[in-house]
Design a protein around this ligand. Structure first.
Ligand code: GDP
Length: 464
């Protein structure tokens, strides 16, 4: 891990041209380096206030840019160290020049995520909060941002904290019971321990299970749209995206990238799985490609089968249904409801239920042409893909690291319950309790996490 004794510098805004660009410094010398690199209208610059200054050209002595600097004194800053943020005009040339001036004056280039890492190492935020900052920056929908913001404020740690306290209390009392066996420190009975562990277990299990929903919130939902040619697959997909697009990007001049990024259902980004290959099963050479397409369909979070409600049920539909039914939950759109119907949702439901594997199915009548049923289809997709959905924003975890740690802790709690029930020697029970506590500590980064830090912070962008 990089040393935290030195002062670091980085461009905090995205590379490229823009209205402004911000260079950020953090460390003991942050403000002195900034004062040296910039000629301020007022020296030293006031903290927590914007101060105007000039960036001078050392060759000509003339002004290269007018800049605004905000200085923060520790611990009242993002990193809990002295911080200076220098806003220049967003010219890559000027910004590089300023960063170089800072480097010449003794700052070191920051590693990706190092500002946030320092905030963590200085105890201003815990690990779950640091991860949430990254998620917030990477959020593609407002809903994702809301969830990340909750976690940034510590919702995951707050949720786990009371359980940690109980475990610590148990450990303390059992340690005392052992160490001072002759004293009158009350030693808890197996029944009491067991029931209190049971309560912790129930809550942690719920949290761990909700990852099924949280993963989709954070990573987005992969949807495979399957159906015969011309049933309306692409029209439906466009419809699914359109209504939300209009809400998310109402401003003219929005870039195409942004439109693509805002493709979402209920705030959950939607990723379309390419299923074009599956009908080209003609010759042997293409067989592998077809196989690959089916693998992608099987791996997707949810499958949507599109049928043409105005046409007769075909052999081909049967073939598709047979293949996708065992893959899990299924949404069926009976499309072209604006045309005279050839079949009904009930008929389809009966057909799908006939070879049911027990996985959930929802059949919705839709018209990609008129928009009828699209809202219902969207709801069905969400319900099927995220059965535990509809949670408050702070009631689920979105990070697989958190889920793994919860599972580790749960496994130890189960063992501890067994030990308590069997009235095993308290020293054995203690070991299990420590095993249950340790992963919860690692969740917030309280102990033994040095090796994890590199992995987590290296996924940040430089300047954060
Ligand atoms: P795909 O091949 O399954 O992707 O189907 P497309 O989305 O390309 O649609 C095929 C044709 O059906 C196009 O001419 C669409 O305009 C038309 N279509 C799609 N959905 C509907 C619908 O709900 N009602 C009607 N009347 N036509 C539709």
């Amino acid at each position: 891990m990089a040393s935290t004794d030195d002062t670091i510098v980085a461009l905090a805004t995205p590379p490229g041209r823009g209205g402004i660009g911000v260079v950020r410094l953090s460390g003991d010398r942050a403000i002195s380096i900034a004062t040296d690199a910039v000629r301020f209208s007022k020296t030293p610059p006031e903290t927590q206030r914007a101060t105007l200054g000039d960036l001078l050209d050392p060759e000509t002595g003339r002004v290269l840019d007018q800049v605004v600097t905000t200085c923060f004194r520790k611990p009242h800053s993002y990193t809990a160290e002295d911080v200076a943020e220098i806003s220049c005009h967003g010219s890559p040339v000027i910004l590089r020049f300023l960063v170089e001036r800072c480097l010449e004056r003794g700052a070191r280039m920051a590693e990706p995520g190092e500002f946030t890492e320092r905030a963590f190492l200085n105890g201003r935020i815990d690990l779950t909060q640091a991860e949430a900052i990254r998620d917030l920056i990477e959020s593609r929908t407002l809903y994702q941002a809301r969830v990340a913001a909750q976690q940034m404020q510590g919702s995951v740690s707050e949720r786990v904290k009371p359980h940690k306290q109980v475990l610590m209390e148990f450990i303390a009392r059992l340690e005392a019971g052992i160490d001072f066996a002759d004293d009158d420190v009350a030693v808890m009975g197996g029944v009491e321990i067991n029931s209190r562990l049971g309560a912790i277990r129930a809550d942690l299990e719920k949290l761990a299970e909700n990852y099924q929903y949280g993963r989709i919130v954070r990573e987005g939902l992969s949807l495979a749209i399957i159906g015969r040619p011309n049933v309306g697959k692409s029209s439906l997909f466009n419809r699914l995206l359109k209504a939300e697009r209009a809400i998310v990007t109402p401003t003219p001049g929005t870039t195409r990238d942004l439109v693509a990024e805002s493709a979402s259902v209920g705030g959950i980004p939607l990723r379309l799985v390419d299923t074009a290959g599956i009908r080209d099963a003609a010759d042997e050479a293409e067989r592998m490609g077809v196989e690959k397409s089916w693998q992608a369909i099987a791996d997707s979070d949810l499958r949507l089968l599109v049928l043409d409600g105005s046409a007769a049920w075909s052999h081909e539909d049967d073939g598709l249904l047979e293949k996708i039914r065992p893959l899990g939950a299924l949404a069926v759109a009976l499309n072209k409801s604006d045309l005279p119907a050839h079949t009904t949702c009930q008929a389809i439901e009966a057909r799908v239920a006939a070879d049911s594997s027990g996985a959930a199915v929802k059949v919705i009548s839709t018209s990609a042409l008129s928009g009828e049923g699209i809202e219902k289809l969207r709801e069905a997709i969400l319900e099927l893909a995220a059965p535990a959905g509809g949670h408050a924003e702070d009631e689920f975890i979105t990070n697989i690291r958190h889920q793994q740690l919860l599972k580790e802790s749960l496994a130890a709690i189960v063992k501890a319950q067994g030990a308590a029930a069997a009235d095993t020697h308290h020293e054995m029970l203690l070991l299990d309790l420590y095993d249950a506590l340790r992963p919860l500590d690692a969740l917030t980064g309280a102990t033994d996490v040095e090796d994890l830090l590199g992995i987590i912070f290296s996924t940040f962008c430089v300047g954060k």
